[in-house]
Ligand binder design. Sequence first.
Ligand SMILES: [Zn+2]
Length: 344
Amino acid sequence: MRATVMYGAGDVRLEDVPDARLVEPTDAVVRVTSAAICGSDLWPYKSMEPSETGRRMGHEFIGVVEAAGEDVRTLEDGDLVVTPFLWSDGTCVFCREGLHTSCLHGGRYGDEGVDGGQGEAVRVPQADGTLVVLPVDEDDALMPSLLTLSDVMATGHHAALAARVGPGKTVAVVGDGAVGLCGVIAARRLGAERIFILGRHEARTALAQEFGATDVVSERGEEAVERVRELTGGLGVHSVLECVGYEESTRTAFGIVRAGGAVGRVGIPQYEALPMVAETFFANVTIAGGPAPARAYIEELLPDVLEGRIEPGRVFDRTGPLDEVPEGYRAMDSREALKVLVTP
Ligand SMILES: [Zn+2]
C-alpha cells in the first residue's frame, strides 16, 4: 500500500510500504477515506534529523473497518470510524478518568509497528477503546468537520476547558492556525461573550470572526499585550487559549490574562521553561493544558457537528490525493494553506 514517510526536515515522500494487517487480537485494520496534515506534523518537517528508515506520518483520519481482531467487540467490518490522534484502551485508570492521552496501554500513530494516517490503510491498536463509529456514509458532506474531531476541534475544545471558558467570559485566542480557529468555535460554544483572535493572516482572522471572534488583534508581542489590555480596561481577559507553542506566544498569553484568570496551553512547547513565573504567580493565574484527550471529547462534540451547530471543517482550504501530501506539507509550512485534507 501507499503511505507517507518523513525522512528528515523538508523530506516527505509517498512510498510503497507493507500492507496494514492485524497483529494483536485487539487491532482493527481501517481503510482510510480521508486524512489530514496537522500543524504538529510541521514541527518535524522543520527540524527532524535525517533518518534512514524514516517515520510514518499522520494521526488524523476517518476510514472504514476492513478487518477486526477476534477480541474486538464494538466494531464490525464496514463501520465508518473516526480516530482520536492517539490510540488508547479505554479501560485503564487514566482512560476512565477521561485522560486517554496518558493511557497505560496507548500510543502514537507512526510509532514502531503502527501505521500513520496519511496512507491507504492503518493498523489501529486497541480498536475498541480508540475508534468511534460515525452514523453517516463515507461521502457525507460533513466529512471535513467530522475529521477535525480527530485532533484540531478536540484540541481547541481542550484549550477552552483548560482556560476555564464559560458564559459571559472574555477570551483571547493566541494563534490563527486551525487549532486557534477551532478554539474560537469552542469558546463561542461554551458561552464566551467576547473573543479576541490574535493573528495577522487576514483570511484566517476573517474566518475566526465568522466562527464568533468579536475582536481581531494583529499586533504581536508587547504591542499585542498593550492592545488587549487597552481593549479590556487595563485588566486583561479571563481566559487565554495558547495555540502556538513558542515562548513569545506564551509570553503574550501570560501578558494578557487578567488576575485570577486561566491560560490553556495546547501548542506543543518549543521552549525549555515557562516564562514569567513570578508575574503569573503573583496574579494567581492558572496555567493548564497539554495534549487533548480527543477520545474523551469526540462523543460530546459529535452531535454539534452532525446537527450543523459548529462547522470546524471550514478550516480545510485545500484537498488533494495522497500523491500531493508532500506539496501539502510545503504549502502549510509556508502558510499558503491553512489545513490540507487528503483523500487516498
Ligand atoms: Zn487507557
